[in-house]
Design a protein around this ligand. Structure first.
Ligand SMILES: Cc1ncc(COP(=O)(O)O)c(C=O)c1O
Length: 407
């Protein structure tokens, strides 16, 4: 018998591993108060276990007029001042690019996938990466394939370029997702050399077909080089005609504004006609899926970006948490090294991931939970969200994990 749902949606069911692990941690906390380490949540918590909502962001929000909070955005592609603020923020205002406001970075990634690939075509995603890339591809009938993210402890440049070549030969087009800096879930950040090799490789390969780089920068404002890192975008100006880059920006982590759902797709392409076609298609998707983006959160972002004193205070506040993340990471990494707990190469950001063979992930996760340690199982590992545990909770954690799993 026919289902009420169409064939594509019949049987679709979202199992959110982060949410599931977080619920299990909460239940355990009710029984074992004070003994539980809940390293599941991908949002910032302070040293007292309180959710961080930046003072200088949310106090500024309270000053926004209620009419602005109530209003629709002034354009489907976002407010003009917001779009300019995104360019200024990313240090790309002197470069040829267009901005479309999206509901978070997720909106930018998902709508781009929808518009650049046909049903049945393939997107390349990192073997160790953000889970929803898979969900988003599947939502549009797009097939996902992994490129091996690491070669030992370095970005696997050759592997990625080989896969890119394969895709061009197969479908005349390669679509590649890279999440850098501060990769989720490894905390890796690519070197300048690795990026140069990739972009040079793309330039060469693009003589044979189209390349779309979907560059997810969700954690950009937590990298240790801060705004200097953003010079990277200048290279997108020099890519060949057959290459388009979409930078998926998000205010979720940048402003601790996860629930406000504001981000942007920033598109670079020498081919102005193709670039305009992408913008037009994204605006069409916006109108047909989410309509417009949250007006007050766009206003908030523009206000912080364009008010020097406010921006200075915000940056100082954010820096405290960048330093705190580093302190937590240093504790975990030092102890992990001491006990030889295998982890993926971490440099900065919200997460550290323990290397685990795929057939052991569920068993290890269960063992940890029985010992009141809650992590998130990801492909090829267990993710420890150092963003959500205090230094006190971090102390001894790597050792305890090692003892639980290996001794
Ligand atoms: C790697 C990565 N990309 C993108 C996002 C998008 O977040 P949002 O849609 O809240 O902007 C996240 C959020 O967790 C993420 O971890």
């Amino acid at each position: 018998m026919k289902s009420f749902l169409n064939d594509a949606s019949n049987g679709k069911k979202m199992i959110d591993k982060v949410f599931k692990a977080a619920v299990a941690a909460k239940e355990d906390e009710l029984l074992f108060k004070g003994q539980v380490v809940n390293a599941t949540l991908g949002t910032l918590y302070d040293e007292n276990g309180t959710f961080v909502a930046f003072e200088h962001v949310w106090n500024a929000y309270d000053e926004i007029d209620k009419i602005q909070k109530a209003k629709y955005a002034s354009g489907i592609d976002g407010n003009p001042d917001f779009k300019q603020s995104v360019k200024n923020w990313l240090k790309v205002s002197n470069l040829d690019c267009d901005v479309i406001a999206t509901p978070g970075g997720a909106g930018a990634v998902s709508a781009t996938l929808k518009n650049v690939l046909n049903v049945g075509e393939i997107v390349l995603k990192p073997s160790l990466g953000w889970g929803p890339y898979k969900t988003m591809a599947e939502e549009f009938g797009i097939i996902h394939q992994d490129y091996e993210l690491f070669n030992h402890d370095q970005f696997n440049v050759d592997g990625l370029l080989e896969k890119t070549k394969e895709m061009i030969e197969l479908q005349g087009k390669a679509v590649i997702i890279i999440n850098d800096p501060c990769h989720n879930p490894s905390g890796y950040t690519m070197t300048k050399t690795e990026w140069n090799q990739i972009l040079n490789g793309f330039n060469e390969l693009s003589s044979e077909g189209k390349i779309i780089l979907l560059h997810d920068v969700a954690y950009i404002d937590f990298n240790h080089q801060l705004d200097d890192w953003k010079e990277h975008f200048g290279q997108y100006q020099n890519l060949n005609e057959n290459i388009m880059v979409v930078v998926a920006f998000s205010t979720s982590k940048t402003l601790t504004a996860y629930g406000a759902r504001v981000g942007a797709a920033v598109v670079f392409a020498k081919n102005a006609i193709e670039r305009q076609k992408y913008v037009d298609a994204m605006i069409y998707s916006a109108r047909s899926i989410w309509s417009t983006v949250n007006n007050s959160a766009m206003k908030l972002f523009s206000k912080i970006e364009s008010t020097p004193t406010l921006k200075k205070d915000y940056l100082k506040e954010k820096q405290y948490y960048i330093d705190l993340l580093k302190e937590r990471a240093d504790i975990f990494l030092r102890e992990a090294h001491e006990v030889a707990l295998p982890i993926y190469p971490y440099k900065e950001g919200f997460f550290i991931t323990i290397k685990v063979d795929d057939d052991k992930i569920d068993e290890y996760n269960k063992k940890l939970q029985e010992n009141h340690i809650f992590t998130v199982s990801v492909a090829h590992g267990l993710r420890v969200a150092i963003c959500s545990i205090s230094k006190n909770q971090t102390k001894g954690l790597a050792k305890k994990i090692h003892t639980t799993l290996f001794e």
